[in-house]
Design a protein around this ligand. Structure first.
Ligand code: ATP
Length: 346
């Protein structure tokens, strides 16, 4: 178990492409950190540099009190869980889980004890003599977890481990992985493009965009106080509504419609409002034009326009469903202002 520190870590690929711009952060011992961002943002490159599978172009990486830039992946005391499980098809579950230990010449009795412990933890006892082809996707992913657990590593690295599973199994496995990580207390770095996984699993989230870190924070910080319009639109489904507006004399507005009081200086701004911070309210001061109602069972999404700009409203299943004009009010502090040029929160 260990703290991980990245100081100015960067990656330039041999063709000159800067996949990761200098990044610095510390992952305290036992923390579950999630790297999230769209395809190509550099999150796998970052993980692979931590794993030692990719050379570090600049900066210093330490795991525990060791600088590991030049240390072989096998000697970094890490265990990785991949999207494709990477199980040996000809070996039983028992052999797959214990294989890494066998290679390290650990005594048979100890291997058997560790495999039994991991198998009990992962509910794999009934499958130990099966081959991977006789398992479901979720069971295979558990075997991959088992193989990581028995190594007793200082650090778990997860590279989109749930991407191959169907939605229901993904939900179940993310709860299992999170619970297991809590129980084992192993520092973990988890890469995903799925913001729901990031929100539900992370102690802290690192949001990446085009090779740069946009924000580091707890799920609640990232969701409630996005540092940039990129974070605001990436985290949340549907994302925060972003509209072009103005600040005039202490009022944030869209055209003639005033949305909130603000201390920001006069000028053009981007206004952000979360869909759930808009309340259907017959006495409300704002008129929306609703074009489309999406029925989602437990709630509804209304898609419409305010001052000609698109926006979504998240309402309960008992709220109005009709298209046309809808009066709404905003929850207190619903409006977040961003710099219209840089996208940074004001
Ligand atoms: P995904 O979710 O699609 O895997 P990612 O955020 O993990 O995306 P990376 O795999 O880290 O992205 O890639 C970051 C960027 O670096 C991408 O634009 C990719 O095309 C580029 N890249 C990756 N490997 C190389 C390479 N060997 N040479 C040049 N560019 C590369």
């Amino acid at each position: 178990m260990a703290q991980v520190t990245l100081s100015g870590i960067a990656k330039t690929y041999p063709n000159g492409f800067k996949a990761v711009h200098p990044a610095s952060f510390t992952i305290p011992h036992g923390e579950f950190i999630v790297l999230v961002g769209p395809s190509g943002c550099g999150k796998s490159t970052m993980l692979r540099m931590i794993a030692g599978l990719e050379d570090i172009s600049a900066g210093e990486l330490s795991i525990g009190d060791r600088i590991v830039n030049d240390i072989d992946p096998a000697d970094r005391d890490i265990a990785m869980v991949f999207q494709n499980y990477a199980l040996y098809p000809h070996m039983t579950v028992r052999k797959n889980i214990g294989y890494g230990l066998q290679n390290r010449k650990i005594p048979q009795a100890e291997i058997a004890r560790k495999v039994a412990e991991a198998s009990a933890m992962l509910n794999l006892d009934d499958y130990l003599d099966r081959k991977p082809s006789q398992l479901s996707g979720g069971q295979r992913q558990r075997v991959a977890m088992g193989r990581a657990i028995v190594r007793d590593p200082a650090l778990f690295l997860f590279d989109e481990p749930l991407s191959n599973l169907d939605a229901k199994l993904r939900n179940q496995m993310r709860i299992e992985i999170k619970a297991l990580q809590r129980r084992l207390g192993v520092t973990s770095v988890y890469v995903t493009h799925d913001q729901v996984e990031a929100m539900t699993m992370a102690d802290r989230i690192i949001v990446m965009n085009a090779g740069r870190i946009e924000q580091i924070g707890t799920p609640s910080e990232v969701y409630n106080a996005p540092a940039t319009t990129f974070v605001a639109s990436f985290m949340g489904a549907p994302p925060m509504n972003l509209m072009q507006g103005q600040v005039r004399a202490g009022q944030a507005r869209i055209g003639e419609v005033t949305l909130a009081a603000t201390t920001a200086p006069d000028g053009e701004v981007t206004l952000g409002i979360r869909p759930e911070d808009i309340i259907a309210d017959p006495q409300g001061p704002l008129s929306l034009e609703i074009d489309l109602v999406e029925e989602l069972g437990a709630h509804r999404l209304l898609h419409g326009r305010l001052g000609g700009q698109p926006l979504s409203v998240h309402v309960g299943k008992d709220s109005p469903v009709q298209t046309g004009t809808l009066q709404v009010s905003l929850k207190p502090d619903a409006v977040t202002l961003f710099d219209i040029k840089t996208g940074a929160r004001l």
